[in-house]
Design a protein. Structure first.
Length: 304
């Protein structure tokens, strides 16, 4: 059975992430793995003994176990039939989560919202996981609930009985990444949602992006971009005939356009290029913009 891993630390954002992960697990017919990692706090260190005090360590472990049991019980009650497992361990949270997610389809993490401003406040654990994970990572803000993924009803009220909002994909035509595109199409298919594909481009110059276009008196760069986008998506449309696709080409970086589209999205999907030659990882500017300012959960999908 496939597995979805979620990191829990008891914060509102991690609990929202667990709820989102539970709904995703049911859609995927997957099990849910709740993981809590803790590190002994500096204030529990006993200088004379040269060790962390057992009482303080025991209290951390006890609190973590209680938090996991409460979360498991709540999720089992609200999502009957969902298979849930738990893990509590000491260690650096980012490293623990990445290891726990090695055999998972997804790693889900919470990220604190920026008050009334749409977007994420990304902590060091989430940032490290996004930059280094071999699996897709989804960041979910505190306050995100099931109704936020759906269109409002006829009265304008929140509902979980209306159709899903769009899945939004930020696509780089120079390096689209099949895993990124496939993830977005699958997400739209499972939700019976439209897929909105956003591609940002710059006007042709004597070098760079413009070299990809034909020249001539009738050349229309914008039209050629649209044609290239349609050609790139054609095999995916054939593979997912039930997914309605809306294509959007925009001048400039796709980042701000993705942020705008996220206001009416169930999920935003972006890619992250794997860079194994470097220590750690790298997050590109479009993905960074989506992570910092998107109003919907963001899935970061690593690709070659």
């Amino acid at each position: 059975m496939p597995t979805i891993t979620v990191g829990l630390d008891g914060s509102p954002q991690s609990l929202a992430a667990a709820d989102w992960a539970a709904r995703e697990a049911l859609q995927r017919e997957a099990s849910l793995h709740l993981v809590h990692a803790w590190e002994p706090q500096p204030r529990t260190y006993a200088p004379l003994a040269g060790t962390f005090t057992p009482a303080a360590i025991g209290a951390q472990r006890e609190w973590g176990g209680h938090m996991l049991r409460e979360a498991e019980s709540r999720l089992a009650e609200s999502h009957p039939g969902l298979r849930i497992t738990t893990l509590q361990t000491a260690g650096a949270p980012a490293a623990v989560l990445l290891t726990a997610a090695e055999d998972s389809d997804l790693l889900i993490l919470g990220s604190r919202g920026l008050g009334g401003v749409a977007g994420f406040l990304i902590g060091s654990v989430a940032l490290a996981a996004v930059a280094r994970s071999e699996r897709p990572v989804v960041l979910v803000r505190a306050g995100e609930d099931a109704a936020a993924e759906h269109l409002p009803d006829a009265t304008g009220s929140a509902s979980i009985d209306t159709p899903y909002r769009d899945v939004v994909l930020g696509l780089d035509l120079e390096n689209p990444g099949e895993t990124v595109v496939g993830f977005a199409f699958e997400a739209a298919r499972r939700r019976t949602a439209d897929l909105r594909v956003v591609h940002g481009w710059s006007p042709p110059t004597s070098h760079g992006y413009g070299a990809a276009f034909d020249s001539g008196p009738d050349a229309e760069p914008a039209e050629q971009v649209r044609r290239r986008l349609a050609e790139a998506l054609r095999p995916w449309k054939d593979k997912f005939p039930g997914v309605r696709v809306r294509e959007q080409t925009v001048v400039g970086s796709a980042g701000r356009h993705l942020v705008h589209a996220s206001r009416d999205a169930a999920l935003v999907v972006v890619g992250r290029r794997k860079r194994r030659a470097f220590v750690g990882g790298h997050i590109g500017p479009v993905t960074q913009a989506a992570l910092q300012h998107a109003a919907a959960p963001v899935a970061v999908v690593p690709h070659d």
